[in-house]
Design a protein around this ligand. Structure first.
Ligand SMILES: [Zn+2]
Length: 393
């Protein structure tokens, strides 16, 4: 389901950087089946920071729909795509943290070959380019890390087969953060597996979160993270991308039903589920319904006993060094006395006995859910935002 740039999931050797590896076929690669203690399942929250500035792109959108509105955003300097603080406040309110994958794209005229200059699509892309080293972006990225969020790499469009560029983009981001980057996701999910993962590993990254679909939600690559090289490197399959859901403005119940079905499937299979909401989708004027749906997904996950956090926090929480399948590393998900009952042994007040996706308004978040989330934050040292893993690299 991934947007795979070039074929192949079968065994083949990769040689790069003086190292030759032969990974197992993706289907037979070992899985990381551990869950954080007391969790029914894990819900990893992620955001791909594609376009934090709407800017002149509004001129393009004005040719397509709502010209008055889009022109106003250009002329007034209003920037509905800048959603960092809004999302941080929403997640802080729910007691959760997420990952933000940051693009460090090449400049169309300075870095790309002239044959790329004439394609209109490249100009549309270029108008939204941002500079991770600018004061405004660097400042907000540091604020995220200091607040316990994860900032990761969003490998730019041409990097799937470009180990030097992956290394360079990672190094630039690390210099901005003044600290190591743990993992990332490819822009447009453009992946050449397993080569891209090998290049991530060579760049010092511990995981990739690109294996998924831009058009279909589901556990198409299984319920657990994959270890493609049978070592510490981990691949998180993507379960939901915002744009693949039914439109939450026009079909809110259908959107909730899809999310609820996947959350319940995750809980029934001790899964690690990943969701991607682009920050600009939190602009209610531009993408109505997505912000409320995202909040609902987190609250529903809390009701179902999920551990919720960033992929980096997940790896810290389960200790990625454990042997896959090692029972001692698995959460006692079936333990009836497990802490997960905190959130699940009471009915959601607004939706008791009914389909939780169709209740009016949002189901109330139980006290248990909130306590749980606070405990998680304390337990995973979110407040410090610095882990052994980060320190070790
Ligand atoms: Zn992207």
């Amino acid at each position: 389901m991934a947007r795979i740039v070039e074929r192949s999931s079968g065994p083949q050797s990769i040689s790069h950087g003086g190292e030759t590896v032969t990974p197992p076929a993706l289907e037979s690669a070992p899985r990381l089946e551990a869950l954080p203690a007391d969790a029914e399942f894990a819900l990893c929250l992620t955001h791909d920071v594609d376009r934090p500035y709407k800017g002149l792109r509004g001129l393009f959108f004005a040719t397509r729909e709502r010209p008055g509105y889009h022109l106003r955003t250009v002329l007034s300097g209003e920037n509905p795509y800048w959603q960092f603080e809004n999302v941080m406040a929403l997640e802080d309110d729910l007691g959760v943290r997420s990952s933000w994958y940051v693009l460090n794209e090449q400049h169309l005229l300075l870095d790309r070959p002239p044959r790329d200059w004439t394609a209109p699509a490249n100009w549309i892309q270029h108008l939204g380019r941002y500079d991770v080293t600018s004061d405004e972006i660097a400042g907000v990225l540091r604020a995220l890390e200091e607040g316990g969020w994860e900032v990761g790499l969003h490998g730019s469009f041409h990097t799937a087969d470009d180990p030097a560029r992956i290394r360079e983009e990672t190094a630039t981001l690390e210099s901005v953060l003044d600290g190591p980057v743990t993992g990332g996701r490819q822009h447009h999910l453009r992946l050449s597996p397993p080569e891209t993962w090998h290049y991530y590993r060579l760049a010092g990254l511990a995981y990739d979160a690109s294996l998924g679909s831009t058009t279909e939600c589901g556990f198409h690559h299984g319920y657990h993270p994959i270890r493609p090289f049978d070592d510490e490197f981990v691949v998180f399959p993507l379960t939901i991308m915002d744009q693949a859901l039914p439109d939450p403005a026009r079909r809110p119940n259908a959107a909730r039903r899809t999310c609820n079905r996947l959350l319940e499937e995750a809980a029934a299979n001790d899964a690690v589920m990943s969701v991607l909401w682009h920050p600009r989708y939190f602009s209610e004027r531009e993408f109505p319904g997505h912000r409320d749906l995202y909040r609902w997904v987190i609250e529903r996950g809390q009701e179902l006993g999920a551990w919720i956090g960033s992929p980096r926090n997940y790896l810290e929480a389960v200790d990625a060094d454990c042997v896959p399948g090692d029972e001692s590393a698995r959460a006692p998900a079936s333990d009836p006395t497990g802490g997960a009952s905190l959130a699940t042994d009471r009915e959601p007040s607004a939706t008791a006995g009914s389909d939780p996706t169709t209740g009016g308004g949002q189901p109330a978040s139980t006290d248990g859910g909130l306590e749980r989330a606070s405990d998680e934050r304390a337990g995973s040292d979110v407040a410090n935002g610095v882990s052994d893993r980060r320190g070790a690299r």
